[in-house]
Design a protein around this ligand. Sequence first.
Ligand code: PMP
Length: 394
Amino acid sequence: MNFYENLKNEMEELKEKGLLVTVKTLETAQGAWLNIEGKKVLNMCSNNYLNFCNREELKKEAIKAVEKWGVGPGAVRSIAGTLTIHNELEKELAEFKGVEATLVVQSGFNANQAVIPAIVKKGDAILSDELNHASIIDGVRLSKATKYVWKHKDAKDLELKLKEAKENGANTMLVITDGVFSMDGDLAPLPELVEVCEKHGALLMVDDAHGEGVLGKNGRGIVDHYGLHGRVDIEVGTLSKAFGLVGGFIAGKKVLIDYLKQKARPFLFSSSLSPAEAGAGIAAVKLLKDSGEPVEKLWDNGNYFKGKMKELGFDIGQSETPITPVMLYEAKVAKEFSKKLFEEGIFATSIGFPTVPKGKARIRVMISASHTKEDLDFAIEKFEKIGKELNIIK
Ligand code: PMP
């Protein structure tokens, strides 16, 4: 059997198990309603939390930035790719987040690759929540530090692992957690983690990809939500979700950011953000600063949808955010549910292994500020119909 036949067979196997990733193409811009396969469908699975992807103010600033700066940065940041507009975005983000400095990189994924291996080395320890995002897991793999995995959201287990790391002679200890766990919508117990880290002299890093623009005052994130300013060492954020763009950033003390400019490989070896993203990013931060309205609308919508789904008897897990996992457990059932939803005019992809653990397949509904109450009622009606057809609810 040759190499390419093996690849084909592996994909056949995934298909058999209901685990083959199927990619649907959007024929219209992001928003509540989309055209897909020539059909008008309600979008229930994008990360466009605040509907910034297609917002006029952001588009205008992106176009202005392209006219002034062109379409590409021309180099990596450390050679000839740092434009004034990058520095302005970093300043705006730092002010918004209430930190000394930020560093923008190409994506949230890259932000984790940038920061983790740069700051912990052989002889150090990394302690990671077992359900942390793939980009954290990969960032951890890039470091030569000793790895410890603690039980999901369990500060007591983290403390045991910190003691173990100390006994093993760890120098720097870096504790990493998602802020919002993206597949379940639950929050890291940040106040408890802060206490444990302070007690044991560990650094704390939170990846707040799904908290930026969602949690805290006007979307300032999970640190603001819990009032923990100054007590979390490193925040990783993304511009690719609520901010409506593509990009990632790291927020913290100025000395940390200065150090990352020396050591972080995605900063040193991959070209910087495009001017359009930097321009639109500045506009996104300003919009958030000016008004809490989009964030409020998002939460209203999330609470409304989650309440109705619970009333119908769906298992929607323990979400504390507008993310709504509709738990179906078996990958094949989740695929079937998603297919039927699409036939009824709802776009909500199923999610299975390896994005979630085996046997925990689901449809992860992503609520947005762009949804109207009528949109949500339409979705609820269809979920009810299919839920009954597939014997998920009574
Ligand atoms: N971290 C977390 C926790 C995420 O959920 C995601 C997005 N799935 C990322 C990082 C990656 O962000 P980006 O899409 O900007 O690369």
